[in-house]
Design a protein around this ligand. Structure first.
Ligand SMILES: Cc1cc2nc3c(=O)[nH]c(=O)nc-3n(C[C@H](O)[C@H](O)[C@H](O)COP(=O)(O)O)c2cc1C
Length: 142
């Protein structure tokens, strides 16, 4: 079986931390030119193949000007608004709810980067771990 498909089936979730500007752009445009982007492209986005809801968690990190570039906002909006995990109300009276989407984005934080610019830094590792634990329900409270 092709490696991206095997990895997709095997994984409980996929974490990309850091998500570079380059990989963000590729993902949003459906490119699959390496193993990572191929797994993301082969994700079971509506759980109809593997019958299991699985999330792709990304923590973008890039130079401050790259982060502030309008193209980044556009691409992040695809991951959050179009493909982001959210609850959808489907019943006419709001009684039926289902979870749609497969991306979760952990927004960068504002701190001085190695280059001296400020902003676009990857969220802290503890906060990323917390998000993973929450999603996989690994925290003590379940
Ligand atoms: C030391 C170093 C650190 C880098 N850090 C980042 C980063 O945090 N975010 C980013 O978008 N690009 C960063 N880059 C540039 C990327 O490596 C470059 O854009 C590359 O094409 C990304 O490809 P990938 O998404 O396949 O990893 C860095 C480059 C170097 C040399």
């Amino acid at each position: 079986m092709a490696p991206p498909i095997r990895l997709r089936r095997w994984a409980d979730m996929l974490v990309v931390a850091p998500l570079s500007a380059n990989t963000l752009a590729k993902v949003v445009h459906g490119m699959s030119d390496n193993l990572l982007t191929s797994v993301i492209r082969a994700w079971d986005t509506d759980s109809s193949i593997d019958m299991k809801k699985k999330v792709i968690l990304v923590a973008p990190a890039m130079n401050s000007a790259m982060w502030r570039n309008p193209v980044t906002e556009k691409q992040i909006r695809v991951l959050t608004d179009d493909w982001g995990v959210k609850e959808e109300v489907t019943g006419p009276a709001g009684e039926a709810r289902s979870i749609i989407g497969w991306f979760k984005v952990i927004t960068p934080i504002s701190k001085t980067l190695a280059c001296g610019d400020t902003g676009g830094a990857m969220a802290s590792v503890p906060s990323i771990c917390e998000a993973i634990e929450r999603d996989l329900q690994l925290n003590a409270e379940g």
